[in-house]
Design a protein around this ligand. Structure first.
Ligand code: AMP
Ligand code: ZN
Length: 472
């Protein structure tokens, strides 16, 4: 499998540190609100990468954090007059609601910054001890960027350029403008933790370095996140981790492109965002997932009503094909495949090959989806022109269709089609109508039939087997 590696700026063949195993870390949300459709892109796509590795037989350990202490969380808590953990707890819970809707599996570990404090303090102490970080006079701890000559290697910016662009902001007491905070001294009224060098809270970048250490080890295979995290967040993670551990932090760095709206990055600060929660009410969660899969994760993807509706229609076509196959399987008269059907089944394997080829090519989900649609058209055309298709053919076609859509985690739902109906009420009205007919009260029987039809959208049909009802 080839993956585009931001570090090398090319598609590199994936070679795991331990054969057959993948250690992955992805930067998760800051939990002060619901997440928007832009945030959903890395969550969906990197969970999918993990699923795909599993499909190919790897044992994957996947970690994604929750940043539960930072300025935004504290500000929101102050606005509401509650403590920061109330905000964090609430939006972590809400994260899992939307994630489940979107078909994102929970990571193996979802560490919270505040629950990883021991590991954070340990790595900061290590950096202070080995001279890569220092405690400033105001109690902040800064990373001494110049002590890491490789700084800038991920974002491909020479140290001199970064030096020229660096500024010291108000309140910072740094030796050098390029230095960045790994720890912030406690401010009045803010939550703090005790450390050997004083009270305070972690800077943002250090939590990921500490969590990778704690849950995955010093060196991992894949580190991922949105493109905007490349600099400074990931650059700083590399500096901290490699200076603390003296070895390569992550071999492959993957970054998803931006989800845009009117061709501008969707972001909370610009106010041009849609919460997943709200978009799902309009289009359904699975449509949002389908929309994400419709583009390769590194290309920009524009959010619009038109595109969402298009993806909704595509998804419906896939469901229709699946439902049709299920129906045909249940009704099939012939059990075993004819020689012609054997051949037709064997030919379907080409779509699986195409699917794998696409996914192996830096997880090109757009092409992977195309191969699923080709498979669907092939199956539809064969089964439509062969009313007597055997169960063996139909089941074989179905299994392959479900296998490939299953990797992308779409078209897997078997919802009760009548889940939204009050079936008990319908049955009761039908029983009342039958009783009325028995009593020759035809006016009442007709009235009940009209109630079912006009108020509940249910049509009834008298058959020899009894009354059948259906939606109109
Ligand atoms: P945040 O909660 O802001 O730290 O973001 C969580 C994740 O969403 C990070 O990996 C970001 O890079 C990513 N992200 C934020 N906005 C977008 C966007 N418009 N398109 C794609 N990814 C985004
Ligand atoms: Zn991170």
């Amino acid at each position: 499998m080839k993956l585009f590696n931001t570090l090398t700026r090319q598609k590199d063949e994936f070679v795991p540190i331990t054969p057959g195993e993948v250690k992955m870390y992805s930067c998760g949300p800051t939990v002060y609100n619901y997440f928007h459709v832009g945030n959903a892109r890395p969550f969906i796509m990197f969970d999918l990468l993990r699923r795909y590795f599993e499909y190919r037989g790897y044992k994957v350990t996947f970690v994604q954090n929750f940043t539960d202490i930072d300025d935004k969380v504290i500000n929101k808590a102050n606005d509401e007059g509650v403590t920061f953990d109330v905000i964090a707890d609430r939006y972590i819970k809400e994260y899992f609601v939307d994630a489940e809707g979107l078909g994102i599996r929970p990571a193996d570990v979802h560490p919270r910054a505040t629950e990883t404090m021991d590991a954070i303090i340990e790595i900061v102490q290590k950096l202070i001890d080995n001279g890569h970080a220092y405690v400033a006079e105001n109690g902040d701890v800064y990373f001494r960027t110049k002590t890491f000559p490789e700084y800038g290697k991920l974002s491909h910016q020479p140290l001199e350029d970064l030096q020229a662009g660096a500024r010291i902001s108000v309140g910072e007491v740094k030796e050098d403008a390029m230095d960045f905070a790994v720890w912030k001294a406690a401010k009045p009224g803010e939550p703090f933790w005790e450390t050997p060098w004083g009270k305070g809270r972690p800077g943002w970048h250090i939590e990921c370095s500490a969590m990778v250490n704690k849950y995955l080890g010093k060196s991992i295979d894949i580190h991922s996140g949105g493109l905007d995290l490349t600099f400074p967040h990931h650059e700083n993670e590399i500096a901290q981790s490699e200076c603390a551990n003296g070895c390569t932090f992550a071999n492959y760095w993957l970054h998803n492109g931006f989800l845009t709206i009117d061709n501008e990055k969707m972001s909370k600060s610009k106010g041009n965002f849609f919460m997943v929660r709200d978009a799902a009410k309009v289009y359904g969660y699975e449509t949002i997932r389908m929309f994400m899969l419709s583009a390769h994760y590194r290309t920009p993807l524009n959010y619009s009503e038109e595109t969402l509706k298009m993806n909704q229609a595509s998804l419906e076509r896939l469901y229709e094909a699946r439902n049709n196959l299920e129906f045909r399987i249940s009704k099939a008269q012939n059990e075993t495949a004819t020689a012609e059907e054997q051949e037709a089944l064997t030919a379907l394997a080409q779509y699986k090959e195409k699917f794998i080829e696409a996914m192996d090519d830096d997880m090109n989900t757009a092409n992977a989806l195309s191969s699923i649609f080709e498979l669907m058209r092939d199956i539809n055309s064969y089964s439509n022109s062969h009313a007597d298709a055997s169960r063996a053919y139909l089941q074989g076609a179905y299994d392959l269709f479900m296998e490939l859509t299953g990797v992308l985690n779409i078209v897997q739902k078997h919802e009760d089609a009548n889940a939204d109906l009050d079936t008990a009420k319908i049955e009761e009205l039908i029983a009342q109508r039958t009783a009325a007919k028995k009593n020759k009260d035809f006016a009442e029987a007709d009235r009940i039939r009209d109630v079912l039809l006009n108020e509940m959208g249910i049509a009834i049909k008298d058959t020899r087997q009894g009354v059948q009802w259906s939606r109109v």
